[in-house]
Design a protein. Structure first.
Length: 81
């Protein structure tokens, strides 16, 4: 059985910040998983993502992520490893 596909999402021009605060792991401020045809992540400002031990990213394309356009984003002050 194949799971449903998310498609055509637009994540754009957001100011996203302060996630995890050193308490969480394996995370991203924008987190995508699996096939996502037509999905675009564009022009976002992402900062201050802090993990406890691993995985603090601004934009996290997790396993099997495909058909996603990621462009023109600014990410800084990440603790991702």
């Amino acid at each position: 059985m194949k799971c449903g596909t998310t498609k055509g999402n637009l994540i754009a021009y957001n100011h996203l910040h302060h996630l995890g605060q050193g308490l969480l792991n394996d995370m991203g401020r924008v987190y995508l998983l699996g096939e996502q045809p037509g999905t675009v992540v564009r022009g976002d400002l992402i900062h201050d993502v802090e993990c406890a031990n691993y995985g603090g990213w601004g934009i996290y394309l997790d396993e099997g992520s495909s058909h996603v356009v990621v462009e023109g984003n600014i990410c800084h002050d990440m603790s991702g490893q």
